[in-house]
Design a protein around this ligand. Structure first.
Ligand SMILES: [Zn+2]
Length: 201
């Protein structure tokens, strides 16, 4: 939990709303302090240096001053504006979907460096990725795991067999089991088992 001023906090803007005449209220997902609410005074003024810094998906170091329960943006250094995420509708939608998961799944100030890293990394892949559904699935499976629901997928939960063939994903058991044990679950082909193993290695 952040208690004082934060001189250099690494994070990414995940929401930016107009506030009063010339300011903005931001949600910045920070690596070390979780999601923080931040007021950016004057950020809407046409000549403000803060315009880029306060745009959604701007990744960088933020200098924040604390006053009561709020933080005020003082300055910052942009590492990546992620401008590409604003051009293509599919990319915009993708980024919005994973951002919603992050916003809904984490309490304000809840620190989760794994989810931060996963989120930033996934965003960096979106534009160039031509298998977006796969990227989204990968994000979701890892996201769920980082929330504390880690399925076991590298071997059968019952006999320990690491064979890729004849496996089912059993939600009740919390991972992979061999078909022959007769547990209910979703049957997976070899490639899917291989793919799951890759995700959680
Ligand atoms: Zn088995």
């Amino acid at each position: 939990m952040a208690t004082g001023d934060l001189d250099r906090v690494y994070g990414i803007v995940i929401n930016s709303l107009d506030y009063k005449e010339s300011s903005k209220i931001l949600k910045i997902f920070t690596r070390s302090y979780g999601i923080l609410s931040v007021v950016a005074r004057g950020a809407k003024r046409p000549k403000s240096k803060m315009q880029n810094l306060t745009s959604v998906y701007c990744l960088g170091d933020f200098k924040l001053k604390r006053a009561g329960d709020m933080f005020y943006l003082q300055d910052g250094h942009i590492e990546d504006l992620n401008e590409g995420l604003r051009r293509d509708l599919k990319d915009i939608y993708f980024a919005q979907v994973i951002t919603r998961y992050v916003q809904r799944g984490l309490f304000e100030n809840q620190v989760n460096e794994n989810i931060f890293d996963l989120y930033v990394k996934t965003l960096s892949f979106v534009v160039a990725c031509d298998k977006k559904l796969r990227l989204l699935n990968m994000f979701l499976i890892k996201y769920i795991a980082f929330q504390g629901y880690l399925p076991r997928v590298n071997a059968c939960l019952i006999c320990g067999s690491k064979a890729l063939e004849d496996k089912v994903f059993s939600i009740e058991d919390g991972g992979l089991v061999c078909k022959r044990h007769g547990h209910p679950g979703q049957g997976l082909d070899k490639d899917e088992v291989f793919y799951l193993n890759g995700i959680f290695d």
